[in-house]
Design a protein around this ligand. Structure first.
Ligand code: SF4
Ligand code: NI
Ligand code: NI
Length: 709
């Protein structure tokens, strides 16, 4: 059989199965039974992306089969094979959708099945920064458990997001390998059709970030080929269905690497036969042109962004440091060149060996940096990265910051030889690595002696923190001469530009004005450029000729004018990775805000994914705006429409997170005490009428404002 015939046969097999399953489902549930995946605004995302049609019922699903059939041409040409691959993928999506009928939860741990839109938005920033340099799809059963696990681990150690389908999941489970989205190893499902859940992620990325018009399949495939760094590793033996799925992957630009030697032949850049599974990693990275930043840190455990979300439970920990109970601190200190000895790491006080198993201890680390371009403004920027650096250590967990950090070292990491001084190694290497443009020399002093920790915390660190807070409070949009652009997300949203000001951070929540300033300093031709603010057009909505010029230039003309402070007039665009989205709520003259983590309904009759799907891809959508969490308490939040007093609803958890700042702002601008008590949440109402009743009872100020439209 030729490869084409295999693809066609596999496609036919899956098509027949799909047809049969749909018929059975219709007999059981009726034609009007609704169809769809949870936590997505895109119904059946792959079918929607490819055709532009949203399938919502079983009868529509059945009708869609004829569209799928039209792709299944049978000329022995590459194009026909690719389209049959796409048809196979769509059938797989139909089959998977049927599993979710009638509210079923078809997947159980460790498998994930369908991944919600929020997961894709979370991946935005790490993908553009290269923290996640690629996406691996591993399919089938490795020749041996050892080889399979080693392959998974090799990608994980490079920060690559790994998705697993089929026998490899059992192999990882049998080896006791830790899997989960938090460590970026995601078992999708054991049946081959579950591979569609990663395809669905890639296609939704095109819709969310790329502003690709659903149904424009040519642009869609161009987007996935150019911008989604995914690839497939498929273990022998490949059956015809897997081969047909592989053709679909290749059609999207994802190369397939396999150890099957019979019946397949390499096609450069797309199908690669690699008999040695030990070389899958290198072959795949070469085929997809993925470059891994090499990190040579001298520590006895792995260091990769994949370990950032790893959690260490009490029973698994060797020792703990806890700033909420004992004296702790983390601090960057700008010093003179002569005061710093590069790469010197000192531990003052006991090492982990001298700490009792399971004990709580003090820790304070002072990272002394020197460099002629170093500015004290960069200290908090560097310091804030410590969380990420320490968390990336395998078997080490870090939360909090300043003098409230908490660190756990796992028993496994300890057994592997990890000690307190290695934290110093990591801090040194990462600071030198990432901040090389401003840091010429770096030295780390780690205190574990309780008296010394107390001294460092109270006499050194806290005074510095207080000084910095004063500096931050004095940083207003009016007090600075320049704003910054950020175009990091253009890797996925080619026309999106964030304008970052002291009072309005980037919508991802990860880029403050100080961050942008530091980024500009570190890489003057990089993603953050200075924008002057001399030519005011309209003070009220925050429109400047300088800013307009900049967005025109950085969006390559896609965007003409933006305002900084309005959601209705020329609002800023969104890429797709926003932490929150706000949308107008007409009955109360206010806005509702939902954050990415919130899975429930909002009074707008839409969930976060649905709201979010109304904006993104770098286009302006008046009435809806993506933004960072921190922006909610800003005096510039929707200033043009009256400011924070327009906020009528937020999920409870978000409300609690932002309460302190938001209440202070409301007090200062309007003289309102405890403003958050007037704001609805899901425990109060998710229905607009009930919400208005609540707001009326509380005397919420939005009710008395002019309608926004
Ligand atoms: Fe992306 Fe804007 Fe964040 Fe920059 S500031 S990373 S462009 S969301
Ligand atoms: Ni400059
Ligand atoms: Ni983004």
């Amino acid at each position: 059989m030729t490869l084409f015939e295999t693809v066609f046969r596999g496609n036919d097999t899956v098509y027949e199965l799909t047809e049969q399953l749909i018929t059975e489902a219709m007999e059981k549930y009726g034609a009007e039974q609704s169809v769809g995946f949870p936590n997505t605004a895109y119904c059946l995302p792959c079918y929607y992306a490819v055709t532009g049609v949203k399938i919502k019922t079983l009868s529509e699903l059945k009708d869609a089969l004829s569209v799928v059939k039209s792709l299944m041409t049978r000329e022995p040409r590459l194009k026909d094979a690719f389209m049959s691959g796409v048809a196979t993928a769509l059938c797989a999506e139909f089959i998977e959708a049927l599993k979710y009928l009638n509210g079923a939860e078809p997947y159980e741990a460790p498998c994930y099945g369908h991944l919600g839109d929020a997961t894709i938005r979370e991946l935005g920033v790490p993908l553009v920064t290269g923290d996640i340099p690629g996406v691996a799809v591993i399919l089938g059963e490795a020749p041996t458990q050892e080889e399979g696990v080693a392959l998974v681990k090799s990608y994980q150690a490079q920060g690559i997001l790994v998705t697993l389908v089929g026998g490899i999941i059992d192999q990882c489970e049998a080896a006791g390998y830790k899997m989960g989205a938090n460590v970026r190893v995601i078992p999708l499902g054991k049946e081959v059709t579950s591979v569609i859940h990663v395809v669905s992620v890639a296609l939704r990325a095109a819709l969310i970030f790329g502003n690709i018009t659903p149904g424009d399949s040519a642009e869609l495939m161009k987007y996935t080929m150019e911008r989604v760094p995914a690839f497939v590793n498929a273990f022998a033996p490949l059956d015809e269905v897997i081969v047909a799925c592989g053709a679909g992957a290749i059609a999207l630009g994802f190369p397939v690497v396999t150890n099957q030697t019979e019946g397949v032949a390499s096609v450069p850049k797309s199908l690669l036969v690699q008999p040695d599974v030990g070389r899958f990693n290198t072959t795949s990275l070469e085929a997809r042109n993925i470059k891994i930043k090499v990190k040579n840190i001298e520590i006895p455990v792995a260091f990769a962004s994949a370990f950032e979300g790893e959690i260490i439970r009490r029973g698994d920990m060797q020792v703990e440091f806890d700033g909420s109970r004992v004296d702790c601190a983390e601090l960057v200190q700008t010093c003179e060149m002569s005061e710093v000895e590069d790469h010197k790491i000192t531990v003052i006080g006991p090492e982990a060996d001298d700490m009792e198993l399971g004990s709580k201890n003090s820790i304070a680390y002072v990272v002394k940096v020197a460099g002629k371009n170093m500015q004290p403004d960069f200290e908090p920027v560097i310091e804030r990265k410590f969380h990420n650096y320490i968390n990336c250590i395998e078997g080490v967990y870090h939360t909090g910051q300043r003098d409230m950090q908490r660190i756990r070292i796992s028993k496994d990491a300890y057994a592997a030889g990890f000690r307190v001084r290695h934290i110093g190694e990591v801090l040194y290497s990462q600071v030198k690595n990432e901040f090389d443009a401003v840091v010429d020399k770096c030295e780390v002093v780690i205190y574990t002696d309780p008296a010394e920790c107390k001294r460092i915390r109270h006499e050194v660190a806290i005074p510095v923190f207080n000084k910095r807070d004063d500096r931050l409070a004095s940083l207003t949009d009016e007090s600075v001469d320049v704003y910054y652009s950020c175009i990091l997300c253009q890797a996925f949203s080619p026309s999106h530009v964030c304008v970052v000001t002291p009072e309005r951070l980037g919508l991802c929540g990860a880029v403050s004005w100080l961050d942008a300033k530091a980024t500009h300093q570190l890489d003057p031709n990089g993603p953050c450029q200075e924008i002057t603010k001399e030519r005011v057009i309209d003070e009220r909505i925050g429109e400047y000729e300088d800013v307009n010029e900049a967005v025109r230039k950085f969006s390559q003309g896609a965007l003409e004018e933006v305002s900084l402070y309005s959601i209705m007039e020329k609002p800023m665009t969104s890429c797709g990775c926003f932490e929150c989205i706000c949308g107008i709520e007409p009955f109360s003259n206010g806005v509702c805000i939902a954050n990415r983590e919130y899975a429930g309904m909002t009074p707008l009759g839409m969930t976060f994914p649905e709201l979010a799907s109304m904006t993104g891809g770098g286009v302006q959508t008046p009435g809806f705006m993506g933004h960072g969490k921190h922006f909610i308490g800003s005096k510039k939040f929707m200033k043009a429409e009256g400011g924070v007093e327009r906020i009528v609803w937020m999920p409870k958890e978000l409300k609690e997170t932002v309460a302190e700042r938001l209440n202070a702002t409301a007090k200062e601008i309007y003289g309102i005490d405890n403003f958050t008590d007037m704001i609805g949440d899901e425990t109060i109402a998710t229905d607009p009428e009930e919400l208005v009743t609540f707001l009326t009872e509380k005397g919420h100020p939005a009710l008395g404002l002019d309608p926004m439209m």
